[in-house]
Design a protein around this ligand. Sequence first.
Ligand code: GLN
Length: 503
Amino acid sequence: MDTTAAQKDIRDFSGQYPRQLWHLFFSEMWERFCFYGMRGMLVIFMVNQLMLDDEKANLQYGATQAFVYAFTFIGGLFADKVLGYRKSLFWGGLLMIAGSLILAIDPKQFFFFGISFTIVGTGFFKPNISTMVGSLYREGDPRRDAGFSLFYAGINIGALLGGYLCVATGKGELFGSMIPAHLTWNVAFGFAAVVMVISLLTFLFTQREMGSIGLSPLLHMDNTKRKTIEYGTYVGSLLVIPLIMTMVSITEYTDLFMYIIGPATLVYLFYEMRNLGSPERKKLLAALVFIFFSIFFWAFFEQSGGSLSLFAEKNLDNKVAGLTLDPNGVNNSANSLFVILFAALLGMVWVWLAKRKMEPNTVVKFGLAFLFLAAGFYIFYYTKFFSNPEGVTSLNLFTFGWLVITFGELSLSPIGMSIMTKLSPARLQAVMMGMWFLASAYGQYFAGILGANIAVASADASNYVQLVTYADGYRSLALYALIAGIVLIMISPVVRKLMQEVK
Ligand code: GLN
């Protein structure tokens, strides 16, 4: 079939969604099951099985997640320049399967080895499947945002299932009677491997329908030369794994990496900017403001997999909405459930406000995201007033905190991705999307440091004193989030000017 014709057909689809979106939806859903399943297990596994103290586990968590997101930047670049999105996705999926299998075989022995495979794998998979969603639409197609919303729902269905199932299985709370106690973590990591196989098979069986979308950017090149460069990339990404393993396991190296990568990408961006006119430069500066603030958002939000995991394990009961549930599972997955339930509702609220000419602009939405975040963390703080003398407090109230934070996420995360594409010139789209994810890397990195500080303050304390220390830590985060929100809303007219006609 003529691939150009096929691509044309895809982008000229009728109805609300192209059918290829559903294929990407399911592939990403299973990949996020694997990713969020792992994320939810990291800290609990490190503390209970690797016997790390809480501070070290938080730092290690931050380092791991920082590398995952930093690699999405690198994976995006290699897809753009060498492999194309499809091969990147396939290779990334294979590495993620390998990583999960290694962990399923012996998570204690091979912990950092397996994790390093999944770091590189996610880097090749995650950014490129999102870009493929964008490629299903022509520029200016008004159905694009709805497509991304549906995709975001898929992300969160996977995150919900994986976030609950994996950690609850690892802890022996789920399927405990069927799995020998010494194998629960192997099975939990095994789940991640199985779903990643499903993700990859889904992609393999459906990719034929993608026309020319995501094919190699080097097709014009001589076959042997292209193959050499491609295999060079595969081999290079394998060779880098021991290096990542060292950098993740020794967090001082992560510090060094994080000091370098951000400034280096900024220098690169400023270098690229020299050829742009003033309007484009202003837009990129506006994009940098969004990126800068998103770092703080993720640093607080990602306490979820870090300090909040420990808080959930030690300081929360297991009753929510009349159900008995594992508090770690709830901490990992409540947010995803709320995204699925409320994403469409919030979308309708924006439309309703827009009709009355009252819809806040993107900068103000970002500001609102911080206000929701502040309120959510204040609720986490407030749980201390519902504690029993043993330092165990209400999972119900905690879950309500996640509901409030979810509205913050919805005001920032999907909107942030789309504003990156709107503010960047075509040539810099991948780089800017990469920088957006790099902000998540910094957020994750700081999340680990913040969580470690809270953990240090409560080391060797009774469960009750620990609860109070964590709660007070969350009150500080609430205050910082509030300040960030107010600053953003105050500077919104300036940023709006930089954005010019972009909304
Ligand atoms: N929850 C979203 C996802 O997994 C966004 C994550 C992020 O950008 N930090 O895709």
